[in-house]
Design a protein around this ligand. Structure first.
Ligand SMILES: Nc1ncnc2c1ncn2[C@@H]1O[C@H](COP(=O)(O)OP(=O)(O)OP(=O)(O)O)[C@@H](O)[C@H]1O
Length: 589
């Protein structure tokens, strides 16, 4: 919790000092009140006192109360401001950090946990800051000041207060031992709920198609019950606290008056007024002491949960992304558009065996290299190494003659147009989905739209986009739920084409297209994206048979490399794939 405070901005630290100032002022004013009360009591008890004097003391009391109220309002105002802006800052930091994560880091935290960590956990810290600022700072100042004020006013009363404080501390200590582990568990259970809810919503269609609502509901109920049970037991424990505190406070009051009555009874007439005044003042201060210990104990009860949350946030912020920037902005001149793999091996974090081994090939500017192989043979893993979604475990991937790890990540990715296996659409319009990314910023609207039209044309999506109610300005729902799989795939291709990159990567991106459209897209790419190096992963031989080079993968190793005709003669795995997909006539052609 303390470590997270280093993310406070200068302005927030300034506001914290203001809060501190208002709290000290408030404590000073609050502790002034019993003095006036003692004054009034003395005046009432002293024969011949003037009514005007009592009014004067009462007026001062009222003024001090108002000033204390004003300080309390200002304290809350600044405390809430600091806590809100700090949590806003934390959320932004977490978001930026998560954006820099590679698949390795994303796999280490689950998506659900990352969401809880940037929402619920930040809220816990925010709540603690508000409560902490209002109580944690005030309580010790108040306690010390009040103790200082009551010291010397009668050891019997001081003893009674000390006993009350000890009882209070023991009860709070016991409570903390009981609730602390539960608070820690609460955050993990919140992750759990998020995970189940997320999975259910994402896979809603599958759940419905398999009539698995009851099964999903059971899973959710289990996670929900666990969280509710933990929350209930902590809340119950906390619920006990207030009545216990009240009882201690009232008990102390009784003790103060009982001791007072005893002392006044035993004292001579002259001392009785002083003793009575002391008793009234003491009882007010004793309440302040107990209240401050009560506030402190409340803070210590809130602390564990906030501490767990702060720790979880720091875990994200402290994680060093495995993909770090190099210094190169450009590649070697004369080697633009070239991609080469040099004896590349890759092992997923935590996996025992490499997924890719000894991968070696190169492709020149404007050429097309295709990858084919059985499911799980490592095709996606291989092409993901080019835009550095992960880094090689051994060997080198070169783009434009430079190791991809030596590039500034942004510069490297600016060279690449990537079409993923599962097309992803963002909420917006057709245009905003195609002209997507930093390169779309600052491009004049008319030029942007013109380029969108060209890219959509290459992806053979013109017909269906023109058929949409608002054409290029038609809305696209989150995740592209209002367009078909094939339409999504074409818009996804258009998005990569729009960038006019040096290298285009297609990860099985033609699978949802019919044969005719597949052909048309490839023809359009060939004619309109001349000079662009293409890396295509495909399942269909038809999609890749005219590639300049085909790389055949089997269990993470290259088992064949060459053109379609060469591989038909030399590569057994390729022959098997070809035989299963092509007719005798096509094979002979
Ligand atoms: N994040 C990951 N962590 C651990 N192993 C993974 C991860 N992603 C993929 N794998 C494993 O790596 C292997 C290769 O996966 P990859 O997705 O590269 O295959 P592929 O050839 O593209 O398959 P497909 O044609 O089905 O898409 C698989 O055995 C898979 O289980």
């Amino acid at each position: 919790m303390i470590r997270i405070c280093r993310y406070l901005s200068k302005k927030e630290v300034g506001q914290l000092f203001l809060v501190l100032l208002f709290i000290v002022a408030q404590v000073w004013l609050d502790l002034k009140l019993p003095d006036y009360m003692a004054d009034i009591t003395r005046q009432v008890e002293t024969p011949g006192s003037q009514m005007g004097e009592i009014w004067k003391a009462g007026g001062k009391m009222l003024l001090v109360s108002f000033l204390s109220l004003a300080c309390a309002v200002l304290t809350s105002y600044f405390a809430v401001r600091v806590a809100s802006s700090f949590s806003q800052h934390l959320r932004s930091l977490e978001f930026a950090k998560v954006e820099s994560f590679s698949t390795a880091e994303l796999g280490r935290f689950s998506t659900a946990s990352l969401i809880t960590r940037s929402t619920n956990d930040v809220t816990q810290v925010q709540m603690f800051i508000v409560m902490g600022l209002m109580m944690l700072i005030k309580a010790p100042i108040m306690a010390v000041w009040a103790v200082f004020k009551i010291a010397g006013k009668g050891y019997e009363w001081t003893m009674a207060t000390a006993i009350a404080v000890v009882i209070l501390l023991v009860i709070v200590g016991l409570l903390m031992v009981f609730v602390m582990p539960k608070f820690k568990r609460m955050q993990t259970l919140t992750d759990n709920i998020n995970q189940v809810a997320r999975e259910n919503l994402t896979g809603l269609r599958v759940v419905r198609a398999y009539n698995a609502e009851d099964y999903q509901e059971d899973k959710f109920t289990k996670a929900n019950d666990e969280l509710t049970g933990t929350q209930l037991s902590t809340t119950r424990a906390m619920g006990v606290m207030m009545p216990v505190m009240n009882t201690i406070m009232n008990g102390l009051m009784l003790a103060v008056y009982w001791i007072g009555a005893y002392l006044i009874n035993a004292a001579g007439f002259q001392d009785r007024i002083t003793l009575f005044g002391n008793m009234v003042v003491f009882s007010s201060y004793a309440v302040q002491v107990i209240m401050s210990f009560l506030l402190m104990s409340m803070v210590f009860v809130l602390w564990p949960r906030a501490d767990v949350s702060a720790h979880r946030i720091m875990e994200v912020l402290d994680t060093k992304p495995s993909i770090t920037d190099g210094s190169q902005q450009t590649g070697k001149s004369g080697e633009e558009g070239q991609v080469a793999f040099r004896n590349v091996s890759f092992t997923y974090p935590g996996a025992s065996a490499p997924i890719l081994e000894d991968i070696d090939f190169s492709v020149k500017k404007g050429q097309t290299v295709a990858f084919i192989g059985s499911t799980g043979s490592g095709k996606s893993t291989l092409i993901n190494l080019v835009p550095r979604f992960a880094d090689v475990s051994d060997g080198q991937v070169l783009v434009d003659g430079v190791d991809v790890r030596d590039y500034e990540v942004k510069a490297l990715r600016d060279k690449i147009g990537y079409v993923p296996q599962q097309s992803f659409m963002f909420r917006g319009t057709v245009e905003s989905n195609v002209a997507y990314g930093d390169q779309a910023e600052g491009v004049p609207e008319t030029e942007k739209l013109e380029r969108v039209k060209q890219a959509v044309g290459v992806a053979q999506a013109e017909e269906f986009v023109s058929g949409m109610p608002d054409s290029y300005r038609s809305p696209i729902a989150q995740g592209g739920s209002n367009v078909s799989g094939g339409q999504k795939q074409r818009l996804s291709i258009a998005r990569a084409v729009w960038r006019k990159p040096e290298i285009l990567i297609f990860d099985d991106s033609f699978s949802a297209l019919d044969f005719k459209t597949d052909r048309q897209v490839r023809d359009a790419l060939k004619t309109q994206m001349k000079g662009t190096t293409m890396m295509i992963v495909a399942q269909r031989i038809g999609t890749i048979m005219d590639a300049d080079q085909i790389v055949v993968l089997d269990q993470g190793r290259i088992v064949g490399k060459g053109t379609h005709q060469e591989l038909l003669k030399t590569c057994e795995v390729y022959q098997q794939i070809a035989k299963s997909q092509l007719t005798e006539k096509e094979l002979a052609a």
